[in-house]
Design a protein around this ligand. Sequence first.
Ligand SMILES: Cc1cc2nc3c(=O)[nH]c(=O)nc-3n(C[C@H](O)[C@H](O)[C@H](O)COP(=O)(O)OP(=O)(O)OC[C@H]3O[C@@H](n4cnc5c(N)ncnc54)[C@H](O)[C@@H]3O)c2cc1C
Length: 341
Amino acid sequence: MSDTGKRTALVYAECAEGALRRVALEALGAARRLAGDGGSVHAVVVGGGASAALQAAAAELAARGAEVVHVVDDPALAGFVPEAYAAAIGAAIAAVQPSIIVLGHTAAGRELAPRVAAAVNGGHIADVTAVDFEDDGGAAAIFTRPLYAGKAFEQRRFLPGATQVITVRPNNLPVAEPVAPGSEGMIAALPYTAPPLWTIVRDVVRKASGRIDLAEADIIVSGGRGVRSAEGFAPLEELAAVVGGAVGASRGACDASYCDYSLQIGQTGKTVTPKLYIACGISGAIQHLAGMSQSRVIVAINKDPEAPIFGVADYGIVGDLFEVVPLLTEQFRAILQKPGP
Ligand SMILES: Cc1cc2nc3c(=O)[nH]c(=O)nc-3n(C[C@H](O)[C@H](O)[C@H](O)COP(=O)(O)OP(=O)(O)OC[C@H]3O[C@@H](n4cnc5c(N)ncnc54)[C@H](O)[C@@H]3O)c2cc1C
């Protein structure tokens, strides 16, 4: 397909525990921009055994600009198996013939996107944090992505004619806005033929159920070795609960068994980009910064004024976290509970 032709985009809209992930709506927003005026945007939702939830997810996508939402609902897709999910997306690709395919840069998206790119013999740009357009009349998109754990950024574009497969980093791109009432898209069931599988999911052991997903949290309150014990996380949990955020941790805190490794942020943990990151008792080692330095606003609380975390912080509070965090919680509680005008 040429760069100037009518673009058709397909979004893989990921669901987690039956609910549409916010990154799916961010991917849809990116797809709508990439398809441009006159282009068309389809979405595919995949799952098994939670049909009502899939239909609700499909309705949300249809209300936010997906012209057709293809629902692949098969008991064989109840658990996430990359080969099976890639085949389900493949069925949607065969139906839609897209020139642009957008997924979230989640654990699942990272597994699926290279398979999808290989299947369509396309190009792949991963972990996109911004999409801009070259002013060359062809509306060629420029994709920004971080390099070297966020120490640099590169800008890439696809060559003309390439089928474009991109993953978008959660929390970086705007979600697709709802379309005018009456302009919602259609929902269509898509038949699925299970491919031969080399692996199956035997069991899933959940470690962080009920918590806000760190990758999609708007606010993260993170604790380090300065928290001193598992009990020391209690004030951080309270602050997170008051502001509607998630709790994260440094590897120092995880290594000391103050919290579970599922909370670890950094080079060997999760990469997060919340609107507000509050680092409590974290020194700011380069490996920690690799996972959080792209946060929009960083607040650091540390009793050592020389701690490297202050080098990336927008606001630094030199003090004891056990005094500062409860004060912040009190202030946020007062502000957030204040009745509006
Ligand atoms: C290959 C490799 C990969 C790694 N990957 C990661 C990773 O993914 N994520 C990660 O985080 N680390 C990672 N690390 C570890 C990293 O190098 C640091 O050791 C770790 O981040 C330190 O954790 P910390 O900041 O909690 O602890 P520390 O460095 O011990 O810092 C504790 C801080 O708490 C402050 N403090 C103490 N008491 C209080 C108090 N009462 N109030 C306020 N402040 C207080 C201290 O001043 C200090 O600055 C990795 C290391 C290697 C070698």
